[in-house]
Design a protein around this ligand. Structure first.
Ligand code: RM4
Ligand code: MN
Ligand code: MN
Length: 440
């Protein structure tokens, strides 16, 4: 059902132009000033602004609905009720922020009845599809077998077969949408010592993944997403990056590891994990979010912005030293994977994409020659300060200028609030009690 009609979507461009007109002169002054400061450090503000304009991250279809905890969900007004309305919201986000041209779908949460129609609908809104996400961590109506005790690693081959078929189905849907990758995250694991034979479960995982891999079209990438705990609370099958790396290597070139920032024990050094996977040629992509305690799915950069910077520091370093990498095609896929429980999801996604862009630009400021010299001579303090100097630089004028030049809003959240988009959607989309839009 094509509920939204062409012409009624998005933020009227005149509104964005008016918003920018009021802020342009100040931005230009700030951008010029920052340019002079950076020039003294041997950095070219124009090159950095162009790089910021090229930065892209995919938004999750499940992220535009209000999320919830396992205690409650407090839906906001004008929530999207189906995949079409979700795409409308994603289009508004991209219109304002210009950094999110692709959407990552979760199947069957966002199963399209007619994938080709959905692909056209997205294209009309300037959007395309990023990685597909399969879901074998819940039971859906009509399913023959339950995933209560696992999916791809279940002890019963019939359950594994159902989970494999689901992944193959998701790939087929993705092909019709123009996607070129699938992310496999499973909830499989154990709640009690003794429940699961660790090695046997991992063998079954590999066997199931081989079957999915056999159905992977040419040019596609399969991402393995590890997670240390939850929903299984004692052990998980794909628990960490090392296990993920081993599996990806066993499976072959089309299989890569995906790092969800929230999927590690609290003290894990994630930037080190990123460096290892780069070095071993298996860093495929990210699910960005932030966390304090566990898989909190908070907004990117809201809790540990320095960690985010350090992750991008590894990515930019790898990008700049191609020779040091094993994988010449190095181009990790960036996706947001967040749950917006108490904020407007559109605002959170705009802010989060901006935080990633900020970390990327800041990491691009690092004086890598100086850093290498300080590392070589064991000048610990100056090595650290070289990173800090980049991290503490306010690059906001670069980000805002990148948005302006790409046709977005100088202050995307301000423009969103001024547009009245949410109030309009609240009228167009009366709440329905049964729908579930976010992660609960
Ligand atoms: C999981 C994991 C997956 C995501 C689901 C909704 O914790 O992060 O990537 O698809 O949540
Ligand atoms: Mn994830
Ligand atoms: Mn997660």
């Amino acid at each position: 059902m094509l509920r939204a009609m062409a012409g009624t979507f998005g933020i009227p461009p005149e509104q964005i132009e008016r918003h920018n007109a009021e802020r342009r002169a100040e931005l230009e002054a700030d951008h010029t000033h920052l340019g002079k400061q950076l020039a003294r450090r041997g950095l070219d503000v124009e090159r950095l602004t162009t790089a910021a304009q090229r930065f892209e991250v995919a938004v999750p279809s499940w992220g535009v609905g209000t999320g919830g905890t396992r205690f409650a969900r407090f839906p906001g007004p004008g929530e999207p009720r189906d995949v079409w309305e979700k795409l409308d919201d994603c289009a508004a986000i991209h219109q304002l922020g210009r950094a999110t041209p692709r959407v990552s779908l979760h199947i069957p949460w966002d199963e399209p009845e007619d994938p080709s129609a959905l692909a056209r609908f997205a294209k009309e809104r300037g959007l395309a599809f990023d990685a597909m996400n399969s879901n074998t961590f819940q039971d859906f109506p009509g399913a023959k077998h339950s995933y209560k005790f696992g999916s791809l690693t279940h002890t019963d081959a019939a359950v594994r077969r159902q989970a494999i078929e689901h992944n193959l189905h998701v790939i087929r849907v993705g092909e019709k949408l123009g996607s070129r990758s699938i992310t496999v995250w499973i909830g499989d694991g154990g709640n009690f010592p003794g429940q699961i034979h660790f090695r046997a479960a991992l063998e079954r995982y590999l066997e199931s993944l081989r079957a999915i891999h056999a159905g992977l079209p040419a040019g596609w990438t399969l991402f393995l997403e590890h997670k240390v705990y939850e929903p299984a609370l004692y052990s998980t099958v794909l628990n960490d990056w090392g296990t993920s790396y081993w599996c990806a290597r066993e499976l072959g070139d089309q299989v890569q590891c995906l790092v969800d920032l929230g999927h590690h024990a609290p003290t894990t050094n994630i930037e080190l994990v990123v460096a290892r996977l780069i070095q071993f040629g298996k860093l495929g992509g990210f699910h960005f979010n932030d966390s304090k305690h566990g898989d909190d799915d908070l907004d990117s950069g809201s809790i540990q912005p320095f960690q985010l910077f350090l992750v991008f520091n590894e990515l930019v370093d790898a990008e700049q030293s191609r020779a040091a990498r094993r994988d010449p095609r190095f181009a990790p896929a960036y996706m947001l994977d967040q749950s917006h429980n108490v904020t407007d999801p559109i605002e959170s996604l705009l802010a989060s994409a901006g935080e990633l862009q900020r970390a990327f630009v800041q990491a691009s400021l690092v004086d890598r020659d100086a850093l290498a010299r300080f590392q070589q001579s064991n000048d610990v303090l100056m090595a650290h300060r070289t990173l800090k100097r980049a991290f503490t630089t306010d690059v906001e004028p670069i980000l805002a200028m990148a948005r302006l030049r790409s046709g977005g809003a100088i202050d995307p959240i301000g423009a969103f609030r001024a547009s009245g988009y949410r109030a309009r959607k609240a009228e167009e989309r009366p709440a329905v009690s049964s729908h579930r839009s976010g992660i609960v």
